[in-house]
Design a protein around this ligand. Structure first.
Ligand SMILES: Nc1nc2c(ncn2[C@@H]2O[C@H](COP(=O)(O)OP(=O)(O)O)[C@@H](O)[C@H]2O)c(=O)[nH]1
Ligand SMILES: [Mg+2]
Length: 205
């Protein structure tokens, strides 16, 4: 295939990354911050949305398709297809609302365990809104212990203050890159790479 000028290089890997967590914790804000560097008040919408971003990490070109729940988490109606094939899952809570932290154990980790189809998928707990220090209800320590107990990475962020957002995504991707079975599951078959001339195969065993 001839490389076309102006187009990004073919990625070495394509990873599906999910954002889950209660409504209002800042999932869409984290994604917007990471994908475009911006922060704006978001109107909650219904429907699944994803953004794609190509990053250079660990000497590789990696295309990330980052899926955002866009509101239906309020109704606890995320479907199994949302979870299918994800190499990385980011579980977000709001440090100023303890109930969003409790939901990780009560709801989101359970859903991940139920629907996730990728063995060794990397999970990361993100504690967001650290800029609201005076309203904090969940300490760093409690977050760290929880993440450790559930085999998750842990990062504290502020989407608003642009603190550690890029670091969180990068840490997750680097961990995926270190996990051979996840590289094998990296796919260009989600139809997100380029238009394939042949019919899309329904593969992925
Ligand atoms: N102070 C503060 N507010 C934030 C932060 N991240 C998100 N928000 C606000 O929290 C609200 C919910 O954010 P949103 O990204 O829509 O959450 P989502 O429902 O999880 O997608 C919005 O008003 C955001 O502006 C943050 O790091 N700090
Ligand atoms: Mg949202």
């Amino acid at each position: 295939m001839a490389a076309q000028p102006g187009l990004q290089p073919e990625p070495d890997y394509t990873f599906k990354i999910l954002l889950v967590g209660d409504s209002g914790v800042g999932k869409s804000s984290l994604l917007l911050r990471f994908a475009t560097g911006g922060f704006e008040e978001l109107v909650p919408t219904i429907g699944v949305d994803f953004k794609a971003k190509v990053v250079q990490l660990g000497g590789k070109t990696v295309k990330l398709t980052i899926w955002d729940t866009a509101g239906q988490e309020r109704f606890r109606t995320l479907t199994s297809s949302y979870y299918r094939g994800a190499q990385g899952i980011i579980l977000v809570y709001d440090v100023t609302r303890a109930e969003t932290f409790d939901s990780l154990a009560d709801i989101w980790l359970r859903e991940v365990d139920m629907y996730n189809t990728v063995d060794e998928c990397i999970k990361m707990v993100v504690a967001n809104k650290t800029d609201l220090a005076e309203q904090r209800e969940v300490s760093t320590d409690v977050g760290v212990q929880f993440a450790r107990a559930h085999g998750c990475l842990f990062v504290e962020t502020s989407a608003k203050g642009n603190v550690a957002v890029e670091q969180a995504f990068e840490e997750l991707v680097l961990k995926i890159l270190e996990t051979p079975s996840l590289l094998a599951s990296s796919s260009s078959t989600f139809g997100l790479k380029a238009k394939q001339p042949e019919a899309a195969s329904s593969c992925c065993g």
